[in-house]
Design a protein around this ligand. Structure first.
Ligand code: N01
Length: 510
């Protein structure tokens, strides 16, 4: 059988997905001497960073946090920017491959379409689009949160005569945007990045905004390689520290509470965070800044006033940085920006507030809004996000031992244990998925914690000749209740957020 180690397709472990988590999981099983294979739907490694190659795409996690912690990877690798872009991240993946030769254990262009558990043999039977069949004892799903793109059902989308791209399906060879009339729908992390990048190139840019983004200054900079070599002396400490903090970064909340601090200390601390840039403004804020009403308000007002100073037009100030917070800080993903707000001062850039005037339909020439205006476009960019938390997993066609698919199991709300396993799905694990800290933390930190646990669990199962492991329904119900208690107050305050699955019509996460 092509691409599998033997004719029966039997393996100890099958991993689905060759992004950072899939590769790190592979590393573990090789070390443990397990027979292991990775099935990857795309034609190369990199996962999210293979697909998200839209103009301006870069990671929002500050250097050196966004990388794996093993010294064999970082001792001769140096990022060049504080927030590396997609090209540099792809180079990082190639560096990993040079070190570990991961490609030899990966079947590319191999999309999993069905899987069920053979209880007699205690093995998964996994089928791919090309009819390859693998029979692993353990199935580890590493498909990430960006594998299933979300394109809203705009009327007439297929009639558009220009070029139309979702940010996560951007052509690898790039797109000529200079001098074009460009429309961008969506102002999430992808929208902010693409808008600030294409604004200066376009002959005209129209931004269709539904919810303003609370974007923070990135303060991007080039890194000095000599400085980094010195910093490497403390990398082990940094990587251990990121496992001890709330958001998986090497920095954490300010240990003082908002109310116990003088107004002077509050002002000076916020100024420091603002100058540092990035997520420091929220992650290193007072420990109760968003749980006390006045702490939250003071923080929001600071952000709003700083942003408004950068926008010339008072109407645009209101729309991009509204007088009052639209939802609690952190209930939706904040973004990092470099010149996002200045772009709206350009004469060739227009903001359409979809709350005042919605999209009526897409026409052959562009976008028709409810007020009868037709916005003519050459290029339409859909920065409309992903069916993030459950979409990629549910799409794999996996059936539990009761014959229920994951999509059916989660149709009335998501049930997992620890966001990593499911009742009725023996020997199946997932990483960076729903009901885990996924949305709230630095990716590699969580990936290492979860992958270490999964690999150790599989090692223990094999060592003790245990046949199957799965959680009970009671454990799932308890975990769901814990998650609901943690997130439901936030979830109720936002209309749509991928953090709660509520960005996808019909998906019931909460
Ligand atoms: O997607 P999103 P994203 N009509 O879901 C709008 C990771 N990531 O691709 O806010 C009009 O956040 C929607 O409006 P609203 C990262 O974890 C990371 O930007 O729902 N508009 C919103 O503005 C990130 O959080 C990086 O009102 C519609 C936008 O589309 C996650 O991926 C870079 C609409 C979607 O925003 C997702 O980010 C890229 C409709 N029908 C991605 N439907 C970095 O690290 C949706 N929208 C930098």
């Amino acid at each position: 059988m092509a691409d599998l180690p033997n004719d029966t397709g039997e393996l100890d472990v099958l991993i689905v997905g060759a992004g950072l988590s899939g590769i790190y999981q592979l590393y573990h099983h090789r070390k443990l001497g397990h027979s292991v294979r990775v099935f990857e739907a795309q034609s190369d490694i990199g996962g999210t960073w293979r697909n998200n190659v839209y103009p301006g795409a870069r990671v929002d996690s500050e250097f050196p946090n966004y990388q794996l912690s093993m010294s064999e990877l970082w001792n001769d690798w140096t990022f060049k920017e504080r927030y590396p872009g997609w090209k540099e991240l792809q180079e990082y993946f190639h560096h990993i491959d040079q070190k570990w030769n991961v490609r030899k254990d990966i079947s590319f262009n191999t999309k999993v379409v069905a899987a069920s558990f053979d209880q007699e043999q205690s093995r998964w039977v996994v089928t791919t689009e090309s009819r390859l069949v693998a029979r692993p004892r353990f199935l580890v799903l590493c498909v990430g949160v960006c594998s299933k793109v979300y394109t809203p059902q705009f009327e007439g989308l297929d009639t558009f005569g220009g070029a139309c791209y979702h940010t996560a399906r951007w052509p690898k060879e790039g797109v000529e945007l200079k001098g074009k009339r460009i429309g961008v729908i969506g102002t999430g992390a992808s929208g902010v990045q693409v808008i600030q990048e294409v604004g200066p190139q376009a002959s005209h840019l129209t931004v269709f905004q539904r919810t303003p983004n609370m974007a923070l200054p990135m303060r991007q900079k080039q890194l000095d390689s000599k400085e980094i070599e010195n910093q490497k002396l403390i990398y082990p400490t940094i990587f251990r520290r990121r496992l001890q903090t709330g958001a998986g970064f090497s920095f954490d909340r300010y240990p003082k509470s908002f109310d116990s601090t003088s107004i002077e200390e509050r002002i000076l601390h916020r100024e420091d965070l603002w100058a540092l840039g990035g997520f420091h403004f929220v992650v290193s804020n007072f420990k109760d800044f968003n749980t006390t009403e006045h702490g939250h308000r003071e923080t929001y007002n600071f952000w709003r006033d700083r942003v408004r100073k950068r926008i010339h037009d008072p109407v645009l100030q209101e729309k991009l940085a509204p007088p009052d917070p639209i939802h609690p800080i952190g209930a939706k993903r904040l973004s990092l920006e470099q010149s996002y707000y200045e772009v709206f001062n350009q004469k060739n850039v227009k903001l359409v507030d979809l709350n005042e005037c919605g999209i009526s339909k897409i026409t052959s020439k562009g976008i028709l809004t409810d007020d009868g205006t037709e916005h003519d476009l050459d290029v339409l960019v859909l920065a409309t996000g992903f069916d993030s938390l459950t979409g990629g997993l549910a799409d794999l066609g996996i059936q539990g031992v009761d014959g229920t698919s994951l999509a059916e199991k989660w149709a009335n709300g998501v049930y997992t244990t620890f966001g990593m396993t499911c009742a009725n799905y023996p020997n199946m694990f997932f990483v960076y998925g729903p009901q885990a800290p996924t949305a709230y933390v630095n990716g590699p930190s969580l990936i290492e914690v979860q992958c270490d646990w999964v690999a150790e669990c599989i090692r223990y199962m094999k060592y003790n000749d245990f046949l199957a492991i799965y959680p009970t329904h009671k454990a799932e119900a308890e975990w769901r209740s814990t998650i609901m208690d943690l997130g439901s107050s936030f979830a109720k305050t936002v209309k749509s957020s991928w953090y709660f699955g509520s960005n996808i019509p019909g998906v019931l996460y909460y």
